[in-house]
Unconditional design. Sequence first.
Length: 260
Amino acid sequence: MLFKSGVSLQSAQNLVDELCNRTEDEEKSSRLQVLNNTYMKGLNGDDIKGTAQLLDAFSSTLNSGDKNSSRQILKDICEVLALNGETSNNDESDTSTPTTTQTLIQIVRENTLLFFKDQYDIAYAKVKIQQHSEIIALASSRFEYVVSKLYFNYTKGEVAGQESLNNAIRMLISQTLFDSVTVTLNLRVAWRYDTQNEDQELYYDLADPQWRCIRVTQQGWQIIQDPPVLFIELDRNYPSDIFEKYRNHHACHCCYHIAG
């Protein structure tokens, strides 16, 4: 239900973690693992049962089969999720104002679909950009620009200082590296097995501004957005001496083989 409501994985993890702590749940680690697996299942395009199964669980365990009151519980949950991360503080005496760094981290989490690390242990975020989503390395200048723009829009014109930006991004990177799931990133081409249709799928990244790709199956092909596999754009920020390095590297290998 959290996934289908558009709640980010990081926020869902925080929610489950807090619920388990308050109830002293000894199975917290396994519940967090189920949460991670479910989110990855949804991101891969597989079916998630969602609210229908949750309604049955409420009816059988909480309300003795009364689905009307169970539906009211689900309605209340949906209203909470619709707050988009806004929380109320019951302690009226706490008037502390969040720092710029804390505000940056909060708005980034609220606007990020997924934090993850790739197969090489590099931190990434799946971020909604206009009408599409992009995979952006947290340590990249593009992610810093995204964070800056989010803060500018959130504060209606304020500019975050460089130190606050650096602190926020460094904290997001550390949390992603140690607390998030690992997802395989692909460059231009990816294979996927569709368990629901028992069919092999080929995805070819078009590398266009809309982040579209071609999906190929035995039944045909189509151009789609937001595929169940994740692609990364090729980094074109080459150093100015890239060709010099390549020539030197190639020359060294040639000399090695001649000497051998």
